[in-house]
Ligand binder design. Structure first.
Ligand SMILES: Cc1cc2nc3c(=O)[nH]c(=O)nc-3n(C[C@H](O)[C@H](O)[C@H](O)COP(=O)(O)OP(=O)(O)OC[C@H]3O[C@@H](n4cnc5c(N)ncnc54)[C@H](O)[C@@H]3O)c2cc1C
Length: 392
């Protein structure tokens, strides 16, 4: 097989890039290790920056997002048994975020790829990247019990944190930066009315909690748990009771509970690899960086990579200009590191760290008090939460 761009990974990053390129007449093949049902069954992110939403519209995939997604102009931080609201619209100078689940937007991207006869090969195995520093790279894999080879101009590694692309770069070329947090998030999805129309991030002495939502009939709640906990340790009842304890009384009394339809524990990690390119291979999304979900920057960081890559590839094919590809890694990383800083900061002020002294805990409390006493501090939070501009 032959194509211009071989994309490894059929998550949001890979599908979005494939769709955008197709609309400009650039061919790609997407290789996905899992079945479509499996990919669409994963419950992940839900808060989109406007930059992401714009890309979805440009990819002709924004219709359902614009109809069903909810515009959020603020969120709450619960602390000391009270709720303080962050007015994103006011403090960001008129911006907002859109609540629309990753599952739904991935479905929209798959439907668009199908509509346009895009080539997405599912259940591929043994993906191997070859000749990355040569003129003509290629990818081999097993598909439908056959060994196939895909010759291409460029390979995009959009295969998530556990994918094969990053590992195809020689170890001595890569520099890894990592922080593993000593806790995870236990999350449940339930068909109940959300306790609040806007997200509530709660800082509590028993640990962090988040009240989030996917729609007005589908709630997503999280509590911070030790890494040693497993899902089986938490009945639905135990989860709801613990969540209520970590919320201000005025919120806890309104909480509608019900059976969970999904329950999982996600460990929290900050991770970046540099550089994000090697020869003809370009990494995008979780393949190159991970953030803890506090602040909702995971999927949104993937989107900015795709924006830079898309424009760099357009410049290559349409204008014979390779400067975008040459500068991709540096440009993407400049924004990624700011999202890393913000996610780390949100995580640090809202969670209980086992190693924290009483002094550290007092500082966390003062950090939140300062935030709500200063328009400038709120402006900085809002600017980062709605998403920094992609720039040039
Ligand atoms: C449990 C969980 C909860 C999350 N919650 C949030 C959240 O609340 N907010 C937020 O902003 N972000 C969240 N994230 C992060 C967000 O979901 C990711 O940033 C986003 O999925 C990145 O998209 P991606 O396409 O780069 O990677 P992925 O979505 O991981 O897609 C990569 C794809 O590559 C495929 N693949 C892997 N290896 C191979 C291979 N060898 N060959 C072919 N295909 C391969 C995988 O099957 C997968 O479909 C969460 C992530 C996880 C894991």
């Amino acid at each position: 097989m032959k194509t211009q761009i071989c994309i490894i990974g059929g998550g949001p990053s890979g599908l979005m890039l494939s769709q955008l390129l197709h609309l400009k007449g650039i061919e790609s093949i997407v290789l996905e290790r899992c079945s479509r049902e499996y990919v669409l069954g994963r419950i992940r992110a839900g808060v989109l920056e406007q930059g992401f939403a714009k890309l979805m519209r440009e990819a002709q995939c924004g219709e359902r997002m614009d109809q069903e997604g909810e515009i959020h102009e603020g969120f709450y931080i619960a602390h000391d048994n009270k709720l303080d609201r962050v007015d994103l619209f006011k403090h960001s100078g008129g911006s907002s975020v859109i609540v629309y689940g990753q599952t739904e937007l991935t479905r929209d991207l798959y439907e668009a790829r199908d509509r346009m006869n895009g080539e997405v090969l599912h259940n591929v195995d043994d993906v191997v990247l070859h000749d990355l520093t040569r003129e003509a790279p290629y990818v081999t894999c097993k598909y439908n019990d056959e060994n196939i080879q895909i010759d291409c101009d460029y390979i995009i590694g959009a295969d998530g944190f556990h994918g094969v692309s990053r590992k195809s770069i020689p170890a001595d070329v890569l520099r890894e930066y990592e922080r593993v947090y000593p806790f995870g998030w236990l999350g449940i999805l339930s068909e109940t009315k959300p306790v609040s129309p806007e997200l509530i991030y709660s800082s509590h002495e028993r640990g962090f909690a988040l009240c989030s939502l996917r729609s007005q009939v589908l709630s997503r709640y999280y509590i911070q748990v030790p890494l040693s906990d497993s899902v089986d340790d938490w009945s639905d009842e135990a989860f709801w009771n613990e969540l209520k304890r970590r919320l201000p009384v005025e919120v806890a009394v309104k909480l509608e509970t019900g059976s969970s339809i999904e329950k999982s524990i996600a460990p929290l990690r900050s991770y970046v690899v540099e550089p994000m390119s090697y020869g003809k291979l370009f990494l995008a999304g979780d393949a190159a960086h991970i953030v803890p979900p506090t602040g909702a920057k995971g999927l949104n960081s993937a989107a900015s990579d795709i924006y830079y890559l898309y424009h760099a590839l357009l410049d290559h094919y349409q204008n014979d200009d390779d400067s975008g590809l040459d500068n991709y890694s540096a440009k993407a990383l400049a924004r990624i590191w700011k999202a890393q800083r913000f996610s780390w900061w949100m995580t640090s002020i809202l969670h209980r760290f086992p190693e924290n002294s009483s002094y550290d805990q007092k500082l966390q409390q003062i950090e939140i008090e300062y935030l709500f006493s200063s328009d400038k501090a709120l402006g900085s939070l809002a600017e980062n939460y709605v998403g920094l501009p992609y720039g040039g």
